[in-house]
Design a protein around this ligand. Sequence first.
Ligand SMILES: NC(=O)c1ccc[n+]([C@@H]2O[C@H](COP(=O)([O-])OP(=O)(O)OC[C@H]3O[C@@H](n4cnc5c(N)ncnc54)[C@H](OP(=O)(O)O)[C@@H]3O)[C@@H](O)[C@H]2O)c1
Length: 217
Amino acid sequence: MKVALFGASGATGKLLTQRCVAAGFDVTALLRAPETFPQRDHIHSIRGSAFDPAAVRQTIEGADVVLSALGANSLKKEDVLERAVPQIIAAMQQTSTHPKPVRRIIVLGSAGALPTSLDKQPAWRRWIVQNIVYNTFLKWPVASQISQWNNLSRSGLDWTMVMPPMLTNTPAHGHYRIDGDALPPNGSRISREDVADFMMQQIDSPQWIRKGVYITW
Ligand SMILES: NC(=O)c1ccc[n+]([C@@H]2O[C@H](COP(=O)([O-])OP(=O)(O)OC[C@H]3O[C@@H](n4cnc5c(N)ncnc54)[C@H](OP(=O)(O)O)[C@@H]3O)[C@@H](O)[C@H]2O)c1
């Protein structure tokens, strides 16, 4: 299996990298600073930014699947997903006439990406999350995730957007709730380990193709 990986140096990306290596996959990772990334067999690093169309094309070339755990380094307006996701989609679409088109992409999203995200929450919690969290200090990350959703859903690709609430760096539970319609009731956090496991499972599963899927403890 050939995997193109975006955001490999990030907190969830490192976990995806470990899982790809353990599975014996060949990984091509686009990295802004490959010298800070551990060199390992089966990992081919490309130096560059996900905003650079040529570097993105090089990264996805020949891939069976694209994984992305891209994100901003702060809560400020950085437009990482706004700029990178269209480049990744365009590079994948450009392979449509190739003998082996690159069609499958699994991305790390977030629970705030859709207006219906909070439909299964109790009213008090919905009000607090929407007004105190999504509309204020997570305003820009949420805007980025809305953009990622809009771009993927219009792409015609075989995309899956995995949408967790707050991510933790604690161990995996190995079990969690998933829902295609809205964040499960009172879902408030999940570990990156569990999210990475679920993203890896999507490589071989058609269940959530062209869909978003909420995941929470
Ligand atoms: N934190 C939460 O509680 C939470 C909850 C739900 C969803 N999310 C979503 O999860 C994602 C972040 O996950 P995370 O915290 O695991 O990641 P992270 O540690 O913030 O890592 C982000 C990754 O994106 C890379 N990146 C950013 N801009 C890039 C560019 N122009 N070119 C190439 N690479 C670039 C970074 O590379 P460098 O190493 O070069 O910086 C890094 O590898 C975000 O999309 C966020 O909205 C977060």
